[in-house]
Design a protein around this ligand. Sequence first.
Ligand code: ZN
Length: 296
Amino acid sequence: MPLTDDLYRDIILEHFKSPRNAGRLEKPTLTSHGANPFCGDELELTLDIRDGALRDIRVEAKGCSISQASASMMSEAVKGRRLEEAEDLAKRFKATMLHDAPLEVSPEMEDLQALEGVKKYPVRIKCAILGWNTLLEGIAAHRTGKPEANHVETEEASDSRAVSAPSSGIGHPVPHKEEGEPARTVPGPSTSTGHSGTRTDEVREALKSVMDPELNMNVVDLGLIYQIQADGERVKVIYTLTSPGCPLGPVIKGQMQSVLGKLPWVKQIQADLVWQPPWDPKTMASEEVKTELGIW
Ligand code: ZN
């Protein structure tokens, strides 16, 4: 059954907020590290493998909501299984994400299907498969008698469809300072200046149809729009993103230009991305969004 975007978001956020099997095992038989430099996601799996079965698993994850939610779902789906079963599930999940193979899972693993929504955003696929690749790498290491494994997402390993994005080396959602970016004083969320209050309002309303694909919430309510200037036929938007590693920046900018271009009076659009001040949902997001996220 195709999931609606809302349900997809709810399931992912639920795992992000309450990750399953979080933490570290005290005496793991195997530790597997995973990193996705395309987004800054990192995780460490501690595994207890005995008699060919994955007796226990813990996940310590830093990174975007998709990588963390997927690792949480992975831990839930493979815990207690025989290694072959866990591997089979990991390979089927990857085939779904990378090659559009239908994912058939038992009802208790239905949450995994929420991640199929991520396929719409090829750059996020690496985030979604990181936990699974880290598990597969760990199982392979275990078979050769090693106590430790490492997995790093690379360009080839995932999928040719994935668009490369510069590595920030910084985990979502911690904002950092962009070097060379002059500090700007930005008065706060959705602050408008300009000659026409009506037009800035129109711009703000139009921008509400631009969604941050990761959180599936609009950029205005998230507080990503720092300033709107509407001046005659010209509109200038100063905005930020939830994370400097966000590979979806060009998508969001394109969407903003597209919706603003549909306003009849707009002839010229300027959208400037800034990193100062860093996005802070505690002070910048709308009350509704804060409630929805419930994570800050
Ligand atoms: Zn990610």
